[in-house]
Design a protein around this ligand. Structure first.
Ligand SMILES: [Zn+2]
Length: 65
């Protein structure tokens, strides 16, 4: 495993510092954006759908079988 590769942010595809969850990356800018946006806002909904991909990783599901 190499630590030199940066995973692009799941939402903005940027490579800023932020959270790494299960191999996925969310930059702190998007994390703050997600927290600041009101629920129901179209951008919030978009971000939420992107974040869902972290928990619906097909590779993770295969391991249960
Ligand atoms: Zn981002």
């Amino acid at each position: 495993m190499t630590c030199t590769e940066t995973t692009p942010c799941l939402i903005c595809q940027g490579d800023g510092p932020g959270l790494d969850i299960r191999g996925k990356h969310i930059c702190s800018r998007c994390e703050e954006l997600l927290l600041a946006l009101p629920m129901g806002n179209s951008l919030y909904e978009y971000c939420k759908e992107r974040v869902k991909l972290i928990w619906t990783d097909p590779n993770a599901l295969v391991q249960y079988q």
